[in-house]
Write a protein that binds this ligand. Sequence first.
Ligand code: ADE
Length: 419
Amino acid sequence: MVKHDVKDLKLAPKGRLRMEWSQRSMPVLNSIKVRFAKEKPLKGIRIAACLHVTTETGNLMETLKLGGADVRLTASNPLSTQDDLAAALVVYHGIPVFSIKGEDHATYYRHIHSALDLKPHVTMDDGADLVSIIHTKRQELLKDIIGGTEETTTGVIRLKSMARHGVLRYPIIAVNDAQTKHFFDNRYGTGQSTLDGIIRATNVLLAGSIFVIAGYGWCGRGLAMRAQGAGARVIVTEVNPLKAIEAVMDGYDVLPMAEAARLGDVFVTVTGDKSVINGAHFRKMKDGAIVANSGHFNVEIDIPALEKMATSRKIIRDFVEEFTLADGRKIYLLGEGRLINLAAAEGHPAMVMDMSFANQALGIVHLIRNAASLENKVYPVPEEIDRDIARMKLKTMGIRIDRLTPEQNKYLAEWQEGT
Ligand code: ADE
């Protein structure tokens, strides 16, 4: 048995079946898997991955292994692990996994170190925790590292900041910045899976509710669209004037959080920043307000402020904590303020993770092939890869599109022709 620290290996059969189920909706990754198994483009490459340990990630890990890589997996969030899948990867795929749903802070970091003990050539991050630990506590590993990939907006922001400050010590491919990633994963993935997490946790009726969304990036847009579709009245809060106009023209109310706080029944943060909902907001909320986060880190809601204001607290359902305030109002915090779509549900559907993880797999091959020419910067996924993934996805969806005629191509390339 490979090294591991998972909840219970007896859960493996269930994890294997669920992995098989998600595989059915990942045809692009499946075709890469077949190619990797034949060509072994990752032969001899050691990869440490810090991702949400889900069935979709399981399929990515299998793909990398078939490509010849030696892989270790740890969680990118203490609450996002699917314990049955973690067991299945260990038992049926011989992949070392270090993650347990609900692990405490110390265990979370111990697991990251266990993955890094592989002495990776490549790091795969969702939130930049591997990069951050390597640069601060495991610098001895830098000599073996070729580069890394980053899955999410928050991680890319952290890494671009490191590059700007001249402290990033190896190149990173920003998978999040691929269009076949954020157009679909961040928008339709987050839109659906966040509602799924809120509904599974609370069974709240969204129809007729007032649903406040902090942040109108790709995730906020997707969430607003789906909440409105479920019959909620959506209020958006923003700091960016352009995004605020977009939200208004998409048909939503836009208000400062200080005003939205009085009105909302359900609040969700998707900003990537901290203390977006704070003590002053909690003071204004209605009795029974539900507060959740779907941004990467659990800092968007000022939970310490809520804890300080509360006279008592109790877990009333799985992933729902009731905080009673001095005046008797109750506020319900979901999933400890961590990514609610992964804490209380299963994260984004495999159909969108297919494209995100195709970018991860092909991004790593690109990184390895071009290592000699890459500087210690954050690079986008090359446009050809992004477009190939879009073409492959469309084909697997059975959708055909038009092609430019030679005459149209010529028209687009020249400037002389007018009306
Ligand atoms: N991030 C969001 N949803 C995910 C999923 N299903 N698997 C891995 N990472 C994710």
